[in-house]
Design a protein around this ligand. Structure first.
Ligand code: GAL
Length: 827
């Protein structure tokens, strides 16, 4: 029914389009959306005995839900989960989704397809009993044409999807399970623009003029030849910029690839700072009627990676200040939600991040749309392994059969995104040091270049030169450097470094002809809000990734001073200092922007999520966030830490990150304890002082004038809760989210920095609580529950709207604390 309604509205829009076309061509009118969402009202059956499509009807254990959906996040953390600690100690399994739907009778003359943006993993799909196919890779989108199998009019259709994520482990991080991305129904005339049917490039860009090349694949599925007019119009916002038109004749059941060159005068260029977008609308007209409309968002920009100057965007040198991101959304698991991705990107943008690496797989399309709109320089990565497994049941087992198709689909799906600047054909591929690896790299490079020649190709090598970390200086002195065979083969346009920052300064000697990108760096480890009072006496955990926490802090905590790192990485400061120093280093992607589920390096229960994030799993920044903000933004920054709740007389190290000032001065209870100024390449300053309860105050000054002041006060006992919503008005569309921060305060309203109360949530109104999280990597409470234990005085609760507008009243309660209520409006 729902589809039918939506289809009807599609025609209303189409009509509007026709009226518009005949009356004026100045403005871009409401667009005919070929795609409608197919997310609502699926029946879901988890696991157990149902292994055969024909017996699934025998069970009654179905529940109704909307996709995107991740069933693993609903389960319990289990030390013995076959997914392992890498997989976040959550379980996979085998599940079924099914849905009944009607299709309007008038669509029987059309082409209907179903598109899944990603199903993890091994999905198999049937429509009305017809088997449509299998797709092992969980991260790539796929489409099936379903018109031949549909019933039209009042008769029901049934779609069944089997998802098999039972063989574990198959991932080094938390994958999630299920139809975890959007599903769409696409309906077009039999004469239509094909799937990913346009390819837009901007081969020549100057301030005065840009040439825009548009390739369009038009498909004729009629059993007769067709004459049509193809009109391509470029819009900037709502205004028409230019257009072209041509007549074509297509024989029955054939397709044609058209090539247009349009010119845009005085183009407004896309950049990370001003992500200006254009839209190309392709229309197919038969007898002056629009029968298909296809919209492509693109950007006009000119860039290169220079051997000496690094990354040049629109003639300007731009350092890539990027982060790696896995696809999970913390407490929401892997079920994608556009607002949740947008929030992550907003938090990163605020820190000064201008680049995202989609580690280590094709991302949700919505991430790329947002990167286009918000201005991120994306490295779009394809694989975490090729032929050789990293975990027993991973994609290497599907490699031979699927890698070509998966890579081609990723390239064709993604190549119009102006935010993408680099293709990565793989991360730390085990085959990289062998001849087989070189062969595969060449094959993949050929596929990439066939589908897109406008962006450089890299591989995230570990590392591009053979090095023993401890002897790195010695090896370089001895000129005893062995080059990674893939890097040596000349197949890459950019040499991609994972870690090995000690070798960056030698890049130009080792690779005189190939520019540099640090595909992955750092791997610092921190628990938000946890500190060893004296920074340099911390236990340097982990010494090695396979050593146990017994060498480290109680409760698997890691101190938040930027001093703990994975042995293959560096502190945050160390790598940035090098990347910052040399122009030829185009930039870096830090491991990672946000914490993610799984890979709690080192792998030790009870930890279930990572410590690598600059921002924790709940979205709360760790202290080092402000180091980057002070370096990567121009806004005034002054951040001091740790908290000011210690034992009387205890020695405490106070660190400050600041910018736009020549000195900072620290006061304890009004008395100065000294001025500090960064020297040389310092990125922070420090005072070592005895604790004295009261107020810690820091002032930054430039030329004697105060730039900023910050205070931290000693908190008393936890006494009350405070709720703050990131947005207090959200859309009543069943997907929008309000992220509400819970602060535990003392009686005077000061954050209690060590409070870890259990908080209970309840919600009144048409909406639901869809996630709770404190960012604590050792918490085993469900992210899907309605109660959660705070970490360092903070917790997050995520509220999702329903389909009705109105008030959503969220209340938080904890034993012994004054409760808090907040109202969110859904409209
Ligand atoms: C890298 C790897 C990442 C992640 C990281 C943790 O070597 O590419 O996927 O495992 O280590 O430090």
């Amino acid at each position: 029914m729902q589809i039918k309604n939506k289809l009807i509205s599609r025609y209303v829009l189409a009509l509007a389009g026709i009226i518009f076309l005949n009356s004026c061509t100045k403005k871009q009118d409401a667009f005919v959306n070929r795609k409608v969402s197919f997310n609502a009202d699926w029946s879901f059956h988890l696991n157990d005995s149902l292994v055969d499509k024909d017996t699934i009807g025998t069970s009654t254990k179905w529940r109704t839900l909307d996709v995107p959906h991740d069933w693993s996040i609903e389960g319990k953390f289990d030390e013995k989960s076959p997914a392992g600690y890498g997989g976040g100690s959550l379980s996979g399994g085998l599940s079924w989704y099914k849905k009944t739907f009607k299709v309007a009778a008038e669509d029987s003359t059309k082409i209907t397809s179903i598109t899944f943006d990603g199903v993890y993993r091994n999905s198999e799909v049937w429509v009305n009993g017809h088997y449509l196919g299998k797709r092992p890779n969980g991260y790539i989108g796929f489409q099936y044409q379903i018109s031949p199998y549909l019933h039209y009019g009042d008769k029901n259709n049934e779609i069944i999807v089997k998802v098999d994520n039972s063989k574990q482990p198959n991932s080094r991080w938390y994958s999630g399970s299920g139809i975890f991305r959007n599903v769409w129904i696409e309906t077009t005339d039999k004469l239509h623009v094909g799937q990913w049917g346009t390819y837009i490039t901007t081969p020549k860009v100057t301030a005065e003029k840009a040439s825009v090349n548009i390739e369009t694949r038009v498909q004729n599925d009629h059993l007769a030849s067709k004459k049509a007019k193809i009109v391509t119009t470029i819009y900037k916002e709502d205004s028409k910029v230019t257009s072209s038109s041509r007549e074509i004749t297509l024989t029955k059941k054939s397709s044609i690839l058209l090539n247009e060159r349009l010119e845009v005068e005085n183009p407004i260029l896309w950049s990370d700072e001003k992500p200006e977008l254009y839209t190309a609308v392709t229309e197919i007209l038969v007898d002056d009627k629009i029968i298909d409309q296809y919209k492509t968002t693109f950007g006009i920009r000119d860039f290169k990676f220079d051997l000496n100057k690094g990354f040049i965007l629109n003639g300007k040198q731009v350092k890539i200040k990027g982060v790696c991101m896995h696809h999970d959304l913390g407490p929401l698991g892997s079920a994608i939600n556009t607002r949740a991705i947008e929030r992550q990107l907003e938090i990163l943008k605020e820190m000064g991040v201008n680049g995202i690496r989609t580690s280590h797989n094709p991302p949700a399309p919505e991430l790329l749309d947002l990167c286009d709109k918000m201005g991120f320089i994306v490295m779009d990565e394809a694989f975490d392994m090729w032929k050789t497994n990293k975990t027993k049941y991973d994609y290497a087992n599907d490699w031979d059969k699927w890698h070509k198709q998966d890579l081609i689909d990723q390239l064709r799906r993604d190549r119009n995104h102006p935010s993408i600047f680099i293709w990565s054909i793989g991360n730390e591929i085990p085959d990289q040091w062998s001849e087989t690896g070189v062969k595969i790299a060449k094959e993949l490079a050929a596929i990439v270049r066939l589908n897109d020649k406008t962006r450089p190709l890299t591989a995230a090598m570990n590392p591009p030169v053979n090095m023993n970390m401890n002897e790195v200086t010695l090896q370089f002195e001895k000129k005893n450097v062995q080059i990674n065979p893939i890097a040596a083969s000349g197949v890459l346009d950019l040499i991609g470094y994972n870690y090995a920052h000690q070798t960056y300064s030698h890049h130009q000697e080792n690779f005189p002809k190939t520019p540099f990108i640090a595909t992955e760096t750092t791997s610092g480890l921190q628990t938000r809000g946890y500190y060893d009072a004296v920074s340099d006496t911390i236990k340097k955990w982990p010494v090695r990734w396979d050593l146990k926490f017994t060498e480290g802090n109680p409760g698997n905590t890691v101190s938040s001073y930027d001093q703990v790192q994975a042995p293959w990485g560096s502190t945050h400061e160390a790598t940035w200092k090098v990347v910052k120093k040399y122009d030829f280093l185009s930039g870096m992607y830090i491991w990672t922007g946000f914490d993610y589920i799984g890979e709690p390096t080192p792998y030790e229960w009870p930890s279930v999520s990572s410590y690598f994030g600059i921002v924790d799993l709940a979205g709360f920044p760790k202290d080092v966030y402000y180091m980057y903000q002070s370096e990567w933004t121009t806004k005034d920054v002054l951040h001091i830490f740790p908290n000011w709740n210690w034992k009387a007389g205890q020695t405490v190290d106070i660190w400050a990150y600041y910018n736009n000032a020549d000195e900072v001065e620290l006061f304890v209870n009004g008395k100065s304890v000294g001025k500090r100024a960064k020297k040389g390449d310092d990125l922070h300053v420090m005072w070592r002082i005895p604790f004295e309860a009261g107020t810690l105050k820091v002032i930054s000054r430039k030329g004697g004038k105060v730039v900023l002041e910050k205070e931290i006060k000693t908190a008393g006992n936890p006494s009350q809760l405070k709720l703050t919503a990131d947005r207090s008005t959200i859309k009543a569309d069943k997907t929008d989210l309000s992220f509400v921060t819970v602060d535990i305060l003392d009686a005077n309203g000061i954050l209690a920095p060590n409070a870890n109360n259990e908080i209970n949530f309840s919600l009144k109104g048409n909406g639901k609580i869809v996630g709770v999280c404190s960012g604590d990597p050792v918490s085993h409470e469900s992210y899907k529950g309605t109660k959660h234990t705070a970490l360092a005085g903070k917790c997050l609760v995520i509220v999702q709207s329903g389909d009705k507008s109105g008030r959503l009243e969220l209340t938080a309660k904890a034993n012994g604390l004054k409760q808090a209520t907040i109202v969110i409006t859904a409209e």
